[in-house]
Design a protein around this ligand. Structure first.
Ligand code: AKG
Ligand code: FE2
Length: 521
C-alpha cells in the first residue's frame, strides 16, 4: 500500500503488527534450526563416545571387526548423510520464502517514511532545543517516555543526516552514537574500533577535527600497536586544530541566507513553541473569560465557556464545545480515510505534499454525520457566521514530529479564484481540538506571540481578514511539532461570501497595522 507512516501516528499500529508477524517467522526459523542442531549434536555425541572408548586402547578397539566396520561405514556414508541433511535443511529457504511473501503482503515503511522520521527527530531536537543525549535515552523535558536508542540507532540517524548534507545535525548524533558505543564491553574489540575509525572519517570530512581527534585517541589507547597508521592522521588533525583551520563539508555548505528556517520569523515561531515568548502581562490582564449566549440567533447549546486569548486580532478559545465521546467518534470516522495532508502550490492550482506540513487528513461534508452537523451549528452560534460558506470539515492527525510551519489560512492577493469552487477568501478559521497532546503540538501565533494548548473538545476561533477584506498578517500561525502523543484537529474554514450581516465589509482599508508582518522575514 502507499500509506505513509511517519506523518501520522494512526498507521503505526500496522507496523507493530508487521513486526509481530516477522518475529513469529524468525522464531519459527530459530526453532527449526535448533531442532536440526539438536539432531546433529546427537550424532556428534554418539561418535564422540565411540572415540572415547577407542581412546582407552586404540589397537584393541580397531581389532574388533564390528568397530572397524562401524568406523569405515561412518566415514563412507554417515558423513555424506550429514552433509546432505545440512544441504537439504529447509528452514533457511522456508524462512526466506516466508519473508519474501511478508514483504509483499504486510505493511512496511518506505524510504520516504524513514527520511520523514529522521527529519522529525531533528526538527523536535531543534525546535525544543532538546539535548541529543537525553533524546537518545528516551527523555523529553526531563520525563522518560520512550525506550533508549542504541549506538547503532544514533549512527544510522547520523549517517542519514550526513547523506542529506545536514552536517550540523550529523555531528551530535554521531557523537552520541560513539559515546554509547564506548560504554559497551565490546567497544574494545577490533570490529568496534574499525567502526570508530569510520566515524572518525565522517568527522574529519565534515571539518569537525575535535571529534575526529577524540576518536583517534580512543582507538589508539586501546590498540596502540595495531593502529600505527593512525599516528600520521592524528598529527595532521592536531596541526589543523592548532592552526584553527576551518575546512570541510560543514563549512562549505553554509545555509543560504534566504532559507526560511534561519529567518527572524522562524526563530519567533520556535521561541513561541518553546514558550520562551508570550504576550505581555499588560495584554494578558485585559483578557476575560465569560459564559457566552451565542452570537445573533437563539442558541441551542449556549452558554459557551468563552476565553479570550487575544484582543486585536481577536482570538478566542471556547471550552467543552464537543464531548470527549464525540472527539473519539470523529477520530474513528476519519482514521480509515487519512491521507498525507497537502498544501496549495504557489499557483494555487494543484495540491502538493510538503515537508513544512506533515500530518494526515481527510475531509467530510457537515451533513455526513450528526456530530459534524452539531460542530457546524456551534461555530454558527459562536461566530454568527453563515455556515453555507464553510468549506468541508477537514480532520487532521499529526504524528510524532508532525507540524505545520507558519502560514496564513487566507489566500494571497495573487490567488486566482476562478479555478476554485469558492469565489472568496477565507474569512475565519475554527480549529476543534479532537485530542489533548502530551507534549508540544500547540498552535503558535509567532507575532502575537501566542501559544494555544490543544484541549480536547475546545474550539479555537479567529478572523484571518480585516473588515476591509485585506489579510491580517498578524494571524499567521503554525502547528508546533508534536513531541509526545498524537494530535487530532478538525479545521473549519469559513469564506467571506454571505457574511455581510455579521461582519460588514469596511470600505475604508484598515489593514496598515498588519502590513509590517506581511514580509517580516
Ligand atoms: O494544527 C494546528 O494547530 C493548526 C493547523 C492549521 O493551521 C491548519 O491546518 O491550517
Ligand atoms: Fe492554518
Amino acid at each position: 500500500s502507499n500509506a505513509e507512516f511517519f506523518s501520522s501516528t494512526s498507521g503505526l499500529e500496522q507496523l507493530l503488527r508487521t513486526e509481530v508477524m516477522l518475529m513469529i517467522e524468525l522464531q519459527k526459523y530459530v526453532n527449526e534450526i535448533r531442532q536440526h542442531a539438536d539432531i546433529l549434536q546427537g550424532e556428534i555425541d554418539a561418535i564422540k563416545s565411540e572415540h572415547l572408548s577407542a581412546a582407552n586402547s586404540v589397537e584393541g578397539y580397531l581389532n574388533n571387526p564390528v568397530n572397524a566396520f562401524r568406523l569405515i561405514k561412518r566415514l563412507h556414508s554417515d558423513w555424506e548423510t550429514f552433509e546432505s541433511t545440512v544441504e537439504r535443511e529447509p528452514s533457511r529457504t522456508n524462512f526466506l520464502g516466508a519473508m519474501a511473501s511478508h514483504r509483499e503482503n504486510l505493511s512496511f515503511p518506505t524510504q520516504e517514511d524513514f527520511v520523514g522520521t529522521a527529519l522529525a527527530m531533528t526538527r523536535l531536537q531543534q525546535t525544543y532545543q532538546l539535548d541529543v543525549g537525553e533524546l537518545a535515552s528516551g527523555i523529553l523535558n526531563g520525563i522518560k517516555y520512550g525506550a533508549a536508542m542504541s549506538w547503532q540507532d544514533c549512527f544510522v540517524l547520523g549517517q542519514h543526516l550526513f547523506s542529506m548534507r545536514d552536517f550540523n545535525n550529523t555531528v551530535p548524533w554521531l557523537q552520541q552514537s560513539m559515546q554509547l558505543l564506548v560504554k559497551q564491553s565490546y567497544s574494545k574489540e577490533s570490529e568496534a574500533l574499525d567502526f570508530m575509525e569510520t566515524v572518525m572519517g565522517y568527522h574529519e570530512s565534515m571539518g569537525d577535527y575535535d571529534n575526529a581527534l577524540h576518536l583517534i585517541n580512543h582507538v589508539l589507547a586501546v590498540q596502540p600497536e595495531e593502529r600505527l597508521h593512525l599516528l600520521e592522521t592524528r598529527a595532521h588533525l592536531e596541526q589543523l586544530i592548532s592552526d584553527g583551520v576551518k575546512r570541510g563539508l560543514m563549512h562549505e555548505v553554509a545555509r543560504s541566507p534566504d532559507d526560511y528556517h534561519i529567518s527572524r520569523e522562524y526563530r519567533l515561531y520556535q521561541q513561541v513553541c518553546r514558550e520562551e515568548l508570550r504576550p505581555a502581562p499588560a495584554a494578558l490582564r485585559e483578557l476575560r473569560c465569560r459564559l457566552f449566549a451565542g452570537n445573533g440567533r437563539k442558541s441551542t447549546y449556549a452558554p459557551y465557556k468563552l476565553e479570550e486569548l487575544h484582543l486585536d486580532p481577536y482570538i478566542i478559545q471556547v471550552h467543552d464545545v464537543i464531548s470527549a465521546r464525540d472527539t473519539a467518534e470523529l477520530q474513528h470516522l476519519a482514521r480509515p480515510e487519512l491521507q498525507r495532508s497537502q498544501v496549495y502550490s504557489r499557483t494555487g492550482h494543484e495540491h502538493i505534499s510538503a515537508n513544512f506540513r506533515t500530518s494526515q487528513g481527510t475531509t467530510f461534508e457537515y451533513t455526513d454525520h450528526p456530530i459534524m452537523q452539531k460542530m457546524s451549528h456551534h461555530v454558527a452560534e459562536i461566530s454568527g457566521l453563515d455556515m453555507r460558506s464553510a468549506e468541508p470539515l477537514q480532520i487532521a492527525n499529526y504524528g510524532i514530529g508532525g507540524h505545520y510551519e507558519p502560514h496564513m489560512d487566507s489566500f494571497p492577493d495573487s490567488y486566482d479564484y476562478s479555478l476554485n469552487m469558492y469565489k472568496t477568501n477565507r474569512l475565519a478559521t475554527g480549529i476543534y481540538y479532537l485530542s489533548n497532546v502530551e507534549a508540544g503540538g500547540g498552535t503558535a501565533f509567532p507575532f502575537l506571540p501566542l501559544l494555544v494548548t490543544p484541549e480536547r473538545g475546545s474550539l479555537l476561533f479567529w478572523y484571518n481578514l480585516h473588515p476591509s477584506g485585506d489579510a491580517d498578517y498578524r494571524t499567521k500561525h503554525a502547528a508546533c511539532p508534536v513531541l509526545q502523543g498524537s494530535k487530532w484537529i478538525a479545521n473549519v474554514w469559513i469564506r467571506l461570501s454571505n457574511q455581510d450581516h455579521v461582519r460588514p465589509c469596511e470600505l475604508q482599508r484598515d489593514h496598515e497595522i498588519s502590513l509590517p508582518y506581511k514580509d517580516y522575514k
